[in-house]
Design a protein around this ligand. Structure first.
Ligand SMILES: [Fe+2]
Length: 338
């Protein structure tokens, strides 16, 4: 029997891609992580291969495939041809991370033709979130929304049917060229590049969401409580979330909400809490969250320190969102989960 602990990140199978054998062995054979940054490597390999992390993890955990089945599954996701540029990009990132380790961000690269002005960046520093207006063309928003209506098998003119689906809020594992096109937008790339201070970014494949108006004041789709997606052990390395509005979203239309500027006071706020108080429960009581309205095509980027969620949709129209995130593969992760 193969000694699993001897599988290193550079070991390749027939696809010639670093680390995927270790990733497979961790989920299927119980191989333990070597070090705290192993999760970072797994994440950027999955991102680099343009796969949805949740889909990869559930495939591995639920199906327990052989390694060659896993490789075949990846290959099928690329319609049986993984471009060599993708393989090289992933392998280069793995090698570089193994040799150099994580870097601290933001780096200081000046982005050519930046999309955010000096004033925009001052707003970002102060508030911890920023909005890129008209990140993608209106025409692409309309296409994306129509595709989502079709996928949901719902009619924009029949609000009574908007609550019929059993899947709530998230639309997962949905692939269409338009969402890829949005992810590859140069403007969006530049926005993230300005925030991270580097052009070397990997896009993550993320979900879409559908947030219809609450019915009778109640919504099975949301709202989500104010929360953090990341570990809140201090200090938190720079990390962000990003969402693209695909239709016009008023403040009361299930808009993204966050607590502006929380990154400046998070540490003292945490320190001020009695020991028996759970910060993740306490933050739900905050009255400082603001709803961020936007037009179709606006991209919101928010620091992970900002408590955030989706607000209750009290409007008449649904909110359509594509989550878009680009990050440098060698960013550090918080070594402690809290
Ligand atoms: Fe979140």
């Amino acid at each position: 029997m193969e000694n699993m602990s001897s599988i290193n990140s550079r070991e390749i199978g027939t696809l010639g891609i670093f680390h995927i054998k270790r990733l497979w062995a961790m989920h299927v054979k119980g191989l333990r992580c070597d070090h705290e940054n192993e999760g970072v490597i797994s994440q950027f390999v999955v991102d680099g291969l343009e796969l949805d992390t949740r889909e990869v993890i559930s495939f591995l955990n639920e199906t327990k495939p052989t390694f060659s089945d896993f490789e075949a599954w990846i290959l099928n996701k690329h319609e049986r041809n993984i471009p060599s540029v993708i393989k090289e990009k992933v392998n280069r990132a793995v090698s570089s991370f193994l040799e150099v380790g994580p870097r601290v961000y933001p780096q200081s690269l000046e982005i050519e033709d930046p999309v955010f002005s000096k004033e925009d960046m001052e707003f970002w520093e102060k508030n911890g979130y920023i909005v890129l207006r008209n990140a993608i063309p209106l025409e692409d928003c309309r296409k994306a929304v129509n595709i989502m209506w079709d996928f949901l098998e719902m009619n924009p003119d029949e609000p009574d049917n908007w609550h019929e689906r059993s899947e709530f809020f998230w639309i997962r594992n949905y692939q269409h060229a338009i969402f890829r096109k949005n992810r590859e937008s140069l403007k969006i790339h530049k926005a993230f590049a300005q925030i991270w201070g580097t052009e070397a970014l990997f896009p993550a494949v993320h979900s879409l969401s559908f947030n219809p108006p609450a019915k009778d004041g109640i919504s099975q789709y949301g709202p989500s409580y104010l929360h953090w997606d990341a570990s809140i052990a201090m200090p938190m390395p720079l990390d962000v979330i990003g969402l693209l509005y695909l239709n016009d979203v008023d403040e009361n239309q299930g808009a993204f909400q966050c607590v502006p500027g929380f990154h400046h006071k998070m540490e003292s706020w945490l320190a001020s809490l009695p020991e028996d108080v759970d910060p993740r429960m306490e933050i739900r009581k905050s009255s400082e969250a603001v709803n961020i309205s936007g037009k179709a095509g606006d991209l919101i980027i928010s620091r992970q320190e900002l408590p955030h969620g989706s607000s209750l949709n009290r409007g008449n129209s649904p909110r359509f969102v594509q989550y878009i995130l680009k990050h440098p593969p060698d960013r550090g992760i918080n070594p402690v989960w809290k």
